[in-house]
Design a protein around this ligand. Sequence first.
Ligand SMILES: Cc1ncc(C[n+]2csc(CCOP(=O)(O)OP(=O)(O)O)c2C)c(N)n1
Length: 370
Amino acid sequence: MPYTEATLQLLSIDGTLVESDRTAEYRALVDKLSDAQLQNFYREMVVTRRFDIESGNLQRQGQLALWIPSIGQEAAQVGSAFATREQDTIFPAYREHAIARIRGIDPVAILALLRGQTNGGWDPNESKFRLYTLVLGTQTLHAVGYAMGIAMDGKSGTGKPAQDEATIVYFGDGSTSEGDVNEALVFAQSYEAPIVFFLQNNQYAISVPVIRQSRSPLYKRGEGFGIESHQIDGNDVLISYAVTRVAMDDARAGKGPRFIEAQTYRLGAHTTSDDPSKYREQSEEDYWKERDPITRFEKFLRAKGEKESFFTSVKAEGDDLAADIRKRIFELAPPSTDVMFDHVYTDDHPLVSAQKAWLAEYEKSFGGDR
Ligand SMILES: Cc1ncc(C[n+]2csc(CCOP(=O)(O)OP(=O)(O)O)c2C)c(N)n1
């Protein structure tokens, strides 16, 4: 199974803390977390999962064109997102819903994107959480370019950014086979860009298992480019937080890029267009359910003495969010068909205008009943 001797972990699957010399530095960071911060870790994981489930239901009920679940990957996302600082820019792929929430993105903005109502969804300059990208790996190039830019603004020539700022980019195991990701790694290392590559290895690129993408653990790819790289238990929110915190601080201090491979598992389908029972065994899913990031952290909090009322209130918060997005999605106006024509060219183009007019006529032929 995917954990190796290199895998860093702080929280075992029974919710107890693991002692090890290799993780002492990380343990010290976690010991500094307040009860309120630990509660936030739990809250964000649980509420995001509830959001995910409701969004999947809304897709099945015809309200979304597609849904991209993140169920099972909450610890990798929540831990690493809380490790960033306000000034850091985050470049997501397309299933980083927990991170979007932490950065204050309205969940309905994500739904609007997957409903086809917008090509973007939010203002990336406000949240420093860039837009989702469905074109695999491109965001790694955008992120490295951005990181090189903030380092150049620092004018130190050492890769140390001016504004105590770093960049983090999220991508999947399948994307590591893309040329873009490899080019991004080359540039990041050559220019000592202040960036953390956060790979969520959820074991599959749709139906293709990671073993087909690489015969060696993926964090070694980072090492191959000369980048300090770590493999972590991605279902352990504490190690995800601590390793990312150190990596981001190293990047912001001008020590160069870092690479983190988080071993996790996509418990659900790739998207609502996929049926994972066609390509993986139930026994494999059961193995990962035992490593569920939320149950493990809940055991930890309960052993620490967290009260039942806390868990009840978090569940209620998730249910409220689900009710809220369900209500608000029905309030969204039907997507305009103009959108697909409007941004093809900067100026009007006769061919595009003709197509737009034709579609408007065609739609009218249904008598307004779409
Ligand atoms: C450039 C490009 N090639 C192929 C695809 C089709 N595609 C969409 S998702 C996907 C698998 C991605 O796997 P991974 O990077 O592991 O991320 P995950 O979806 O598991 O989070 C593929 C091949 C795409 N969107 N973009």
